[in-house]
Design a binder for this molecule. Structure first.
Ligand SMILES: Cc1cc2nc3c(=O)[nH]c(=O)nc-3n(C[C@H](O)[C@H](O)[C@H](O)COP(=O)(O)OP(=O)(O)OC[C@H]3O[C@@H](n4cnc5c(N)ncnc54)[C@H](O)[C@@H]3O)c2cc1C
Ligand code: FES
Length: 266
């Protein structure tokens, strides 16, 4: 059941353009699953009119957390909210990641690029609770783009970082770091969230390595719950390509389902 709620902002942490909000929202927290998202009203006025989709970074007890990067006006307005204020949320929305019982005792790769790291903390916790061994890959342009590194490490996850400019961790793209690790150890599954080029490259790697995977896609969203058709992407299902709603049928899709940049991969 989708809930429309006022949630009180109880804590704000920030690192430059990146923000971690902790919200009091018992009803949504009780139903949430990793990979689902919220539609958040960012302004009291009609500017901007549309809510903004933000992933669930964590849900624990009565609390929800979101992690976001300022990308434009909507996320800038969101970043100005102060503790004690209430946010108007709709959620939990969409279909999240599928964590399978056969992952027990297996290594599972979780790959996040930039703000795409947001849902992987919650996913990592769920994997650990299922007895799996998550390995979190965290890629950013530079060291300052890895604000969640300490949080992930403090939570006890194995975290491998990369930066495009070499200022922290592996020098190069996170996709190259994944390729390097795959030479040493083969996981049972891979999850990813990040920019399309990163995920498309990972999809190629997974097909070559015969590694099953799920990807969380982004799309511009009008409503977030299936009413506007603003978020459709081409998805392959039962051997046919169809336009499906990322908000309702996703945002998580399997490797075989996604049609990258409108082209067919063998
Ligand atoms: C399911 C889902 C979960 C998301 N989770 C997170 C998250 O946890 N943390 C986070 O920082 N961001 C997340 N995003 C992206 C976030 O929704 C956009 O950055 C935000 O809506 C941009 O709004 P804005 O008004 O700040 O910027 P705008 O001025 O509207 O746009 C700035 C730039 O972002 C692009 N953009 C706008 N809306 C979206 C969108 N919905 N998806 C992708 N790109 C967009 C625009 O094309 C433009 O290039 C998620 C997006 C989706 C679809
Ligand atoms: S965002 Fe409206 S249908 Fe998906």
């Amino acid at each position: 059941m989708v809930i429309d709620r006022q949630a009180r902002l109880v804590e704000v942490e920030s690192w430059g353009d990146y923000f971690l909000f902790t919200l009091d929202s018992p009803e949504i927290a009780a139903q949430a699953r990793p990979g689902q998202f919220l539609m958040i009203r960012v302004s009291e006025t009609t500017q901007p009119l549309l809510r903004r989709p933000i992933s669930l970074h964590n849900a624990e007890g009565n609390r929800l957390q979101i992690f976001f990067q300022v990308a434009g006006e909507g996320t800038r307005l969101l970043s100005l909210k102060k503790t004690g204020q209430c946010l108007d949320l709709i959620g939990p929305l969409g279909k999240g990641f599928n964590v399978r019982p056969e992952f027990r005792d297996r290594e599972i790769y979780c790959v996040g690029g930039g703000r795409g790291i947001a849902p992987l903390y919650y996913l990592g916790k769920e994997l650990r609770a299922a007895g799996a061994r998550p390995v979190i890959f965290y890629g950013g342009r530079r060291a300052g783009d890895l604000p969640l590194r300490n949080r992930l490490e403090s939570a006890g996850f194995e975290v491998l970082v990369s930066t495009d400019d070499g200022s922290a961790g592996f020098p190069g793209f996170v996709t190259s770091l994944v390729e390097e690790e795959l030479k040493k150890r083969k996981p049972a599954f891979l999850y990813a969230c990040g920019p399309d080029p990163m995920m498309e490259k990972l999809a190629e790697t997974c097909r070559r390595e015969n590694l099953p995977a799920e990807f969380s896609l982004e799309s511009i969203m009008g409503c977030g719950f299936g009413a506007c058709w603003g978020c459709v992407k081409k998805i392959r299902m039962d051997g046919q390509e169809k336009y499906l709603k990322v908000c309702q049928d996703g945002p998580v899709f399997s490797l075989e389902e996604i049609v990258w940049q409108e082209k067919e991969h063998g």
